[in-house]
Ligand binder design. Structure first.
Ligand SMILES: [Zn+2]
Length: 447
């Protein structure tokens, strides 16, 4: 089936003024200004109402946190006190069913915002939630989105000097055995894969050094990527100095993590020398603008990191510090917070889109995603300019960011429609809202 996505208002790609041709899940041709398609299409999709961008790629999230959005105990706090308020709540009873609802809801929200590939840093493993990665694999298939299952871990609890309570951590042997199991079952390294796996010890203050080091060996054996939180707060700097006698980036280097298989969430509090060292080693950084503003964490040094050699991508971050899963909204937030740090001319809507697409795809090691070009996967997000907020807009691509696009009208993953007329295909949104709401209510009442 060869489909011509014909005559869109605009496309985020060079030489695609008359559209994009998609066949067998891939982009096969861009149709330039005044051009015709090279071979007859089986189907023409009239994109005359649409602005088309590469499917957005989300590189940091915690889906389970949708159960505790805007929680009264946690609002108006910075990271460490915020975590201290939420850990005991999360430790109680995240059941497999509540986790499934949380996963389905977050994936659907992401998809509806124009995201076609997501990763979820899931590090919470209370007793009974051992199948978390299997639940996420099932839900990603159901929603129809690509996913990097990010097998998180915590093994350093309060009794050993860590931050989380004892009930949510696992021991290292259990963690590594499950990482191995999840990798063997779901890590698909082929081009166009719908599922991949990454290993993700949670943060320096929640895992042991041994687990950091052993995760590297396992990742090398399975050719998968590594992820963790780093440089989010000044409290983390102090924790690392007190416990390891060095700064977080030094600790990362000691653990064998300074390489191009690693992407870090946040990356805010780096010195100039650390930025250069991360860049030299091509360590990726996921910028989480919305969460960083909510928790008053600070601003990722996006421009310096990119200039130094680090790919920079975008993440919505967990739904207790965002508190939504809307990636196109984070594109807008990235533009705004970066303009406060730098200036209007050096950070444009195209930079913000690059982070959310090409940059994020690089963090996940996906050179088949993130760009509208022949040979790439047919993952595309289509937005209309029909809402009141766009009326009078000039530049259509800039309008998506500046006027605040919120919901994609259509989303294509691997050549198939997964959102049509603003609604996810095969998912009853009202039912999902009711079921997730009930699961969150039951979870909070179980405390
Ligand atoms: Zn996070």
């Amino acid at each position: 089936m060869r489909t011509w996505i014909k005559d869109p208002i605009a496309v985020l790609a060079e030489g695609a003024e008359r559209g994009i041709v998609v066949e067998d899940g891939k982009i096969v041709e861009l149709v330039g200004k005044g051009k015709q398609i090279s071979k007859k299409a089986d189907h023409i999709f009239d994109a005359g109402r649409h602005v088309v961008v590469p499917g957005l790629v989300n590189t940091h999230h915690h889906f389970f946190q949708t159960l505790t959005r805007a929680h009264p105990a946690a609002i108006n706090k910075e990271l460490f006190p915020w975590l201290k308020a939420l850990y005991p709540i999360w430790a109680r009873n995240v059941t497999p069913d509540a986790f499934r609802q949380a996963t389905r809801l977050a994936l659907t929200e992401l998809l509806m915002s124009g995201c076609t590939c997501a990763s979820d840093h899931h590090y919470l493993y209370p007793a009974g939630l051992e199948q978390a990665m299997d639940i996420q694999a099932e839900e990603a298939e159901r929603v129809g989105i690509r996913m990097t299952l990010t097998r998180g871990s915590m093994n350093l609890s309060e009794k050993d000097g860590g931050l989380p309570p004892d009930a949510v951590v696992q021991d290292e042997d259990t963690i590594l055995a499950d990482c191995e199991r999840v990798l063997s079952r779901y890590h698909d390294r082929r081009e166009g894969a719908m599922l991949r796996v990454a290993l993700a010890p949670c943060a320096p203050f929640t895992v042991t050094k041994r687990l950091m080091v052993d995760s590297v060996g396992l990742a090398e054996r399975h050719d998968c990527r590594l992820h963790t939180h780093l440089g989010e707060t000044r409290d983390e700097d102090e924790y690392c100095l007190a416990h390891f006698g060095c700064r977080p980036v030094d600790y990362l280097e000691e653990c064998g993590w300074l390489n191009d298989k690693v992407w870090l969430a946040h990356g805010i509090h780096f010195t100039d020398e650390e930025v250069r060292r991360l860049g030299r080693n091509h360590v990726g950084v996921c910028h989480c603008p919305t969460s960083n503003m909510v928790l008053a964490s600070g601003q990722c040094r996006t421009k310096e990191l990119e200039a130094a050699g680090s790919p920079v991508g975008l993440g919505v971050d967990g739904s207790a510090s965002n508190d939504n899963s809307n990636l196109i909204e984070s594109v807008r937030h990235a533009l705004m917070i970066n303009r406060l740090t730098y200036d209007a001319a050096s950070v444009t809507h195209l930079d913000a889109f690059r982070w959310a697409t090409e940059g994020s795809a690089r963090l996940l090691g996906r050179d088949d995603l993130g760009v509208v070009a022949p040979g790439k996967q047919a993952d595309l997000a289509f937005y209309t300019l029909d809402e009141l907020r766009f009326s009078g807009a000039g530049d259509p691509l800039a309008a998506l960011v500046l006027c605040g696009a919120h919901t994609a009208d259509r989303v294509m993953v691997k050549g198939d429609w997964k959102v049509e007329d603003g609604m996810p295909v095969g998912i009853d949104v009202a039912k999902l809202r009711a079921e997730h709401g009930a699961a969150a209510k039951a979870f909070l009442q179980s405390l």
